[in-house]
Every structure is written in structure tokens, then in C-alpha cells.
Design a binder for this molecule. Structure first.
Ligand SMILES: C[S@@+](CC[C@H](N)C(=O)[O-])C[C@H]1O[C@@H](n2cnc3c(N)ncnc32)[C@H](O)[C@@H]1O
Length: 473
């Protein structure tokens, strides 16, 4: 079926009107791409579900319109070369271009001055910045003169360029800098894996392996172990620290309701034990403990991460929570027998998607062995929709909401501009994991000894994580 261009344009127009009205109601202007980003200036927020839906429809329809009107080879090439953008963004972030431009405001600086501050070649940096400017990251205000704008200002790490250059080890120490940590991680670790994805899938042995050491990551870094073992090597400390900071910032992209409302923590008995399996340095453990003082949270991770966790928490409230035993850290390999028996909850967030089904089964079975009859398994990851409207098996799980699109849209994946699918592919590249559809969870959990009871979703398009809640079979 073909859709007229006018039909698509009308859908965009109708939804732009919703966003205009939303801005007017909130008393904010439509943001200028030329001005630095300010929190609260976004056109669509989750407080206004109609505006959030309108943003999704506009993004999806615009993509469909562009793919339709462009010559097909150009439509294809407009995104197959997008790795280049990630590489350029990392250069801008790691050389601190945003900070170099901060004081010059909208008038900007000549590329010679920017390059001198950033200690690199002006001609080369100009090529990088012009490429980014073509994507609205920085603005070329006059030939060879660049200024910060809305998107480039997101890369501001909150320190002067002199401080950043003098103490690179502290470059992500300010709260907003985690977004740069993510850009640097994607432009480095992820892009290197991307460059080896084909080799991993074309290797006659590796292609059919679910082992975590037979992935694009292993080809890229010539390392025979998991990404997590790699990050624990002393010479990978910079990458590991950056990853941990990126993970703590990842919450910024999640629904603020995920942890408080993803599970009924208040329904657990006083003194109930929550085991945060693969909990990293305890970002989520701490959140759970802060709002549920009667629970005890055991945050388990690899030994070096546990040591980092002890060093990480310096605030008075967090130190008090740790010294009172409401959050404890425990070195534990989640592939081995689970030492905490009969917990109220085994909580596992952003872990299962890192691993293949075979590896997940080992983790799930170890938790099942240690579970009591009332133990709940709470998994927080994406519930990934198929890109078609038909969502296959698992639609009868209580709480599951199927994605809906207004006619004539049919590409569920385009509605989130592919972000959850990018995430799924990254998980596969780093250790043969993936994001999973609802039916996939049901089957996998059944094999691991758990029955999916219900799911708590915060959107149906997997822009946000969901909570999949299961009981022992
Ligand atoms: C993507 S992070 C998720 C961290 C945390 N759950 C969160 O959502 O912020 C995955 C975590 O799994 C941990 N991990 C990897 N392999 C492990 C293993 N065999 N045993 C325990 N933890 C492991 C990593 O160290 C890392 O902290």
C-alpha cells in the first residue's frame, strides 16, 4: 500500500500543533537550536503523555517521509555511514571543543583558536566540526568560525578546558559529564566492536556460538574473555571508569518511575532482603534503600567493582546507609551458586541483556536454586517490540501493552528512531546478548525455572526499561 506524501505531511502537522499547544500551556518557547541546552526546555516531556506521543509520531513520520522522498541509494547511505558521526562526536568530546567554545557564546571562535585550545590541527578539527555541524551539533556561524548550540552544549562537562586538560582523570566528575562519558564510550569501545561485527558473524565457528568470548568485542580487542574481565585489567581502568559513569547516567534516559513503581517494594516484609545481582557500584541498590528503609539490599558484583563501590560512596546519607548495613556489597560471580538463600527479591537490572540465552539460563537457574517459595525475580531491561505491528507470542502476559501507531504508520522500530534496536545490537556485539521480546522472556524464564507473572511497562516502544516480574516454578 502506498501512502501519499500529503497524508504523511498532515500527520506531522497535526502532531506539531499538539507540541505547539503543549509549549504554550507550559509557557515555554519552542527551543532554538542555536541556544545552549537548558534543562526543562524540551518540547515534549513525560509529564504530558499527549506531547510525548506527538513527538514519537512526528519522528517516525518524518523518517518515513525522508526515506520515501529521497532517491533510494541516498536514503540508504544517509544512515549506513552514521558510524562516522559517532567517531566525530567522540573527538569533539574528548578534545573538549564545547568547553573551548563556552565563553565565546553565539559569535563563536575561529577554528585556528579552537584548535590551539584543543591542542590539535585546525584543518583536521575543522573537518570534524563541519561534519557535526551538518547534524546540528555546533554551528558554523561564518566560514571556519564555530559556536556552541543546543546539541553541542550537551557535551559540556562543567569544567574549564584548562582543568580538563590538567586532570583528565577527573573529566567526568561533574554530574552532567556522564553524557560525555557515553559519547566517548560509543565513539571508542562500541565503534571498534561495530567494525568487527561482520567478522564475528562470518566466522564459521563464532557465528554459531553463544559463548560470551566469541563476539565482535573479542575480535575488536583481540581478547579471549568477557568484556567485564577485560574492563578489570589494570590497563583498561580508564575505559572501565568511563563505562561505570556512563551507566549511572543511563538512568537519565529511563522513566523516573522505573525503580519506585516497577515493583511494589513496600509490599515486602520488614527486614526483607533484596539481592541486586550484578548491581555495579550500587546506584540502584542505593535508590531502593533510600526509599525503603526497612529493606536490606545486598549489591553483588565482581570483586574489583565491589572495591570500587566502597570507594565511590562519599555522601553522608549513603555512608550512613552503608554503615547501618542497609546496603552491603558482596563479591560474587553470578554464574556460580547464589550465596543468599530465600531472598525476598532477586533484582537484576541491565544484566540479562548482556548475555546469550545459554548464559542467562545459568544465571536464572542459580537464582532459582537459592529462591524460596515467596521469592520474586524482578528483571529490569527492555521489553523489545518486534518492528512490525504483530507482536507474536506473550501478548497475554498481565500488564503487557502492545505498541500502537496511528495510521498509516506501521514501522514500530522507526517510532523510537531505532534506539532500542541499537541497544540490542550493542549487547550482541559485546558478548552475544540481546534485548528480548515479551514472548522470549516467557520461554527463557520457563527453562530457567521461573514463571513470568506480569510485566510493568512505562512505554510500549521500549524507549524505557520495563520490569518483568516472575515467581519460582
Ligand atoms: C551493565 S552493568 C549493570 C549494572 C547495574 N545492574 C545497573 O543497572 O546499573 C552489568 C554489571 O554486571 C557485572 N558483571 C559482569 N559479569 C559478572 C559476573 N560474572 N558476576 C557478577 N557480576 C558481573 C558487571 O561488573 C557490571 O557491573
Amino acid at each position: 500500500m502506498t501512502t501519499s506524501l500529503k497524508t504523511l505531511a498532515q500527520l506531522i502537522l497535526k502532531n506539531c500543533e499538539i507540541l505547539d499547544d503543549s509549549c504554550a500551556k507550559r509557557g515555554i518557547p519552542v527551543p532554538s537550536l542555536d541556544k545552549p541546552y537548558a534543562p526543562g526546555s524540551d518540547v515534549a516531556t513525560d509529564d504530558d503523555p499527549a506531547a510525548a506521543q506527538a513527538m514519537m509520531v512526528i519522528a517516525s513520520t518524518t523518517e518515513q517521509l525522508l526515506k520515501t522522498i529521497r532517491p533510494a541509494p541516498l536514503a540508504l547511505y544517509s544512515f549506513v555511514t552514521s558510524g562516522v558521526t559517532g567517531a566525530a562526536a567522540r573527538v569533539a568530546s574528548e578534545l573538549h571543543v564545547t568547553e573551548a567554545l563556552r565563553d565565546s557564546g553565539e559569535k563563536g571562535l575561529h577554528i585556528n583558536e579552537i584548535a590551539a585550545k584543543c591542542k590539535t590541527h585546525p584543518l583536521k578539527l575543522g573537518v570534524v566540526l563541519r561534519m557535526l555541524a551538518s547534524h546540528w551539533v555546533f554551528k558554523e556561524v561564518r566560514p571556519d568560525v564555530f559556536a556552541n548550540n543546543r546539541l553541542s552544549s550537551v557535551l559540556d562537562k562543567g569544567q574549564s578546558i584548562e582543568e580538563l586538560q590538567a586532570h583528565p582523570e577527573n573529566r567526568y566528575s561533574k554530574p552532567f559529564a556522564g553524557l560525555s562519558a557515553g559519547v566517548d564510550h560509543f565513539g571508542d569501545d562500541s565503534l571498534k566492536m561495530c567494525a568487527h561485527l561482520y567478522e564475528a558473524l562470518a566466522d564459521p565457528e563464532w557465528a554459531f556460538s553463544s559463548a560470551p568470548n566469541k563476539s565482535a568485542f573479542n575480535k575488536a580487542f583481540d581478547f579471549d574473555g568477557t568484556l567485564w574481565e577485560f574492563y578489570e585489567l589494570p590497563d583498561q581502568k580508564v575505559r572501565h571508569d568511563r563505562f561505570k559513569i556512563m551507566m549511572s547516567t543511563a538512568e537519565r534516559f529511563d522513566s523516573p518511575e522505573l525503580i519506585p513503581k516497577g515493583f511494589e517494594w513496600a509490599s515486602l516484609p520488614d527486614g526483607g532482603v533484596v539481592v541486586d545481582v550484578g548491581g555495579g557500584i550500587g546506584n540502584i541498590s542505593m535508590k531502593i534503600a533510600k526509599t525503603n528503609p526497612k529493606l536490606k539490599v545486598v549489591c553483588q558484583d565482581m570483586q574489583k567493582t565491589v572495591e570500587a563501590a566502597h570507594a565511590h560512596w562519599k555522601g553522608d546519607e549513603e555512608k550512613a546507609i552503608i554503615s547501618s548495613g542497609r546496603v552491603t556489597f558482596q563479591g560474587h560471580d553470578f554464574f556460580a551458586a547464589q550465596p543468599v538463600k530465600n531472598a525476598s527479591v532477586f533484582f537484576i537490572k541491565h544484566v540479562l541483556h548482556d548475555w546469550s540465552d545459554d548464559s542467562c539460563l545459568t544465571i536464572l537457574r542459580a537464582l532459582r536454586e537459592a529462591a524460596g517459595p515467596d521469592t520474586k525475580l524482578v528483571v529490569m531491561d527492555k521489553v523489545l517490540p518486534y518492528t512490525c505491528l504483530d507482536q507474536g507470542e506473550g501478548e497475554d502476559v498481565p500488564g503487557y501493552t502492545k505498541p500502537k501507531l496511528p495510521e498509516p504508520l506501521t514501522n514500530v522500530g522507526a517510532a523510537t528512531i531505532g534506539f532500542p534496536y541499537m541497544s540490542s545490537l550493542v549487547m550482541m556485539m559485546l558478548g552475544n546478548g540481546q534485548e528480548r521480546a515479551i514472548g522470549h522472556y516467557v520461554e527463557l524464564f520457563k527453562k530457567g525455572g521461573w514463571k513470568v507473572e506480569r510485566v510493568r511497562q512505562f512505554d510500549s516502544l521500549a524507549r524505557y526499561d520495563s520490569a518483568v516480574i516472575a515467581s519460582p516454578i
